[in-house]
Design a protein around this ligand. Structure first.
Ligand code: SF4
Length: 256
């Protein structure tokens, strides 16, 4: 992994993702190196790694928290920012640089909401900030229940079991949690729903966007059916049915 330090001139970016006001990406590049990653286009924004393989480099934006504080100071109204949209805010480099932590501290200090999307239990390190912030939620990407599939498609990302365990810890600590089931990798949807239902408050789902990136791999492994729209539709329906049923079941009985 080639890690470089860079400086930037802006931190808060207006988001075009529905329901997300701003995004913050403390890193350019992502050490998790997911095979289907939609963010590979970010390599063209790199002065140091143009053309490098996605997952082989990360650039740490070392001044991001100071820039963010300047930007927040100038805003008239508070809003919510999501970390992150084109990198994992708790990828391995975060252990050393603590840039995500510094950004969360800034958001909390200025009364901004914070929404996290990650695959890593490292988020628990920052539980103190999450518990003292306002409008906080933590989402985990959990695109399959099968760790053999995860090892092939997300070779450097934490195992599925550790994501579920982390969601449980967060929920027990009073943090609203959600799952992002995207893309729909080969999975047993009923089993995935069973794992998620007790540890999340809500769920978002989406199909595979960049089929071409994994088509050869999936065909070689006998997973070709997971490349189709029909597969995503079927998984969404089965997950929806199972999650609804489990969540209803998990709700406390009505009084009276
Ligand atoms: S964790 Fe997210 S940003 Fe990082 S490689 Fe995987 S899909 Fe891409």
């Amino acid at each position: 992994m080639d890690v470089q330090e860079i400086t930037i001139r802006s931190a808060l970016v207006r988001s075009r993702i529905p329901g997300v006001e701003y995004v913050i990406n403390p890193y350019l590049g992502c050490g998790h190196g997911c095979r289907y990653c939609y963010a590979v286009f970010m390599t063209k924004h790199s002065r140091h790694h143009a053309g490098a393989a996605w997952g082989s480099f990360v650039e740490a934006k070392t001044n991001i928290a100071a820039i963010l504080r300047d930007e927040l100071r100038r805003k008239r109204k508070t809003a919510t920012a999501m970390l992150s949209s084109v990198c994992d805010p708790y990828q391995p480099a975060e252990r050393r640089y603590k840039l995500t932590r510094a950004c969360l501290e800034a958001l909390r200090d200025f009364g901004w909401g914070m929404e996290i999307l990650t695959r890593s239990p490292l988020v628990l390190r920052d539980l103190d900030i999450l518990q003292s912030g306002s409008r906080v939620s933590v989402g985990f990407s959990v695109p399959t229940d099968d760790d053999r599939v995860r090892r092939v498609t997300e070779p450097n990302a934490p195992p599925i079991g550790s994501r579920i365990a982390t969601l449980r810890r967060l929920k027990e600590a009073g943090i609203p949690t959600w799952a992002f089931i995207a893309p729909m990798l080969p999975m047993n949807p009923e089993r995935l729903a069973e794992l998620l239902a007790p540890v999340i408050d809500s769920v978002m789902m989406s199909g595979l966007n960049y089929v071409g990136r994994v088509a050869g791999l999936f065909r070689r492994l006998g997973w070709a059916s997971a490349l189709t729209r029909g597969y995503a539709r079927e998984m969404r329906e089965r997950l929806g049915r199972s999650l609804d049923a489990k969540m209803l079941h998990a709700a406390p009985p009505e009084e009276g």
